[in-house]
Design a protein around this ligand. Structure first.
Ligand SMILES: NC(=O)c1ccc[n+]([C@@H]2O[C@H](COP(=O)([O-])OP(=O)(O)OC[C@H]3O[C@@H](n4cnc5c(N)ncnc54)[C@H](OP(=O)(O)O)[C@@H]3O)[C@@H](O)[C@H]2O)c1
Length: 340
């Protein structure tokens, strides 16, 4: 497994990270704990070192899962694993989303609980999931910087914030990486956000690289989603948009077939290739939640795309071709990264 330096201030991490969200009931209630642990172990065994989670992924469930996986893995694998944890999202007992809290006291409180659930004395990269509009980013990042000084956190990350917030945060303390949606369907970061990150030496850890499964090559019109599955409310999966989006996947499949690889591997390889194109550390977080998905994901590291391949892919899925926004309207409004 190749490693990447995540921004000038960040750690060395594997070229692909494992996003663990789907191992908790965020993409449907049907999660398999034994398979999740086996997938985490297989990822560590394959050399993946970066594990991404959020304290609000099923209210601590995801962190407890990672704790179990790390503490049942060989010591050498556990020791090289790096945890990337998001905090700040407020949840109700019914699972409702109640906003975000970035106050310094809240940061300390979230951190104390995460350390306990993860069974560790430090978190490698800590970030607020969404900007709290009531708290200046300087105060939230300042609180994490204090936790770095105290040894509870190693690096500071950001999530779904735009150029101005990135600059303000970076003026307070070194930032390792920005976590943000980036895929063939979502290239919005290329105009302003990516250049600012490159200028400031901040890496990018894209999520949604498979557009939450939509462009994995495994989604179909017949697939059903339950109420706990984000995709049941995601505009791109809605009937009127799904047909158009799956047409894009079929165009991509022709290219994948021609190269003898899978659609998911082409989609991941395209994002990996952007790191070279934009001279920035781009380390995709792929949400493989089963071992077969992980195997497919790892195969993307062996896919080479030349200029002709890149042109063909971008002709099959032109920028802004996706039908529907990446989040429902109310959630789009909470994204600092989408502010015009
Ligand atoms: N900062 C943020 O705001 C934010 C937001 C969302 C996520 N994240 C992080 O980013 C990570 C990745 O995001 P994501 O899970 O939404 O994105 P993703 O990688 O685009 O989608 C993962 C989903 O795609 C499907 N899939 C099909 N084939 C796959 C394959 N070969 N490998 C992997 N997945 C395959 C799976 O769904 P099925 O099993 O249902 O087919 C899986 O749950 C999350 O786990 C989380 O840690 C961050």
């Amino acid at each position: 497994m190749q490693n990447r330096q995540l921004g000038t201030a960040g750690p060395q991490v594997s070229a692909i990270g494992l996003g663990c969200m789907g191992m908790s009931p965020m993409y449907g209630a049907n999660v398999d704990r034994a398979e999740s642990i086996a997938t985490l172990h297989a990822a560590l065994d394959a050399g993946i070192t970066l594990l991404d989670t959020g304290d609000f992924y099923a209210m601590g469930h995801n962190e407890l899962l990672i704790n179990e996986a790390l503490h049942t893995a060989p010591a050498a694998h556990r020791e090289r694993a790096l945890t990337s944890v998001k905090f700040g999202a407020l949840r109700g007992p019914d699972g409702a989303w109640l906003g975000h809290d970035g106050r310094p006291a809240a940061v300390k409180n979230f951190l104390a609980y995460s350390l306990q659930r993860l069974g560790t004395d430090h978190i490698d990269i800590y970030r607020i999931a969404r900007l709290d509009p009531a708290v200046p980013i300087e105060e939230t990042v300042g609180a994490i910087a204090e936790a770095v000084q105290a040894g509870y956190v190693r690096h500071i990350g950001l999530s779904e914030v735009g150029p101005e917030t990135i600059r303000r945060a970076a003026a307070v303390a070194p930032i390792s990486d920005l976590q943000i949606e980036y895929s063939l369907l979502d290239r919005g970061i290329e105009d302003e956000i990516l250049p600012v990150c490159r200028e400031l030496g901040i890496g990018i850890t894209p999520y949604g690289v498979l557009s939450r499964g939509l462009i994995s090559g495994h989604w179909s019109r017949e697939r059903t989603t339950d109420a706990q599955d984000f995709r049941s409310v995601a505009p791109r999966f809605r009937a009127e948009n799904l047909d158009r989006n799956l047409d894009l996947v079929e165009a991509l499949r022709k290219i994948a077939d021609g190269k003898g690889v899978s659609v998911a591997q082409i989609a991941i390889a395209w994002v990996l290739a952007q790191g070279i194109r934009h001279a920035t550390a781009i380390v995709p977080l792929i949400g493989s939640r089963r071992r077969d998905q992980l195997t497919e994901t790892l195969g993307a590291l062996d896919v080479t795309l030349d200029a002709d391949d890149m042109a063909a892919i971008e002709e099959a899925v032109p920028a802004n071709a996706a039908a529907g926004t990446r989040y429902p309207e109310a959630q789009m409004a909470t994204l600092d990264s989408e502010k015009k």
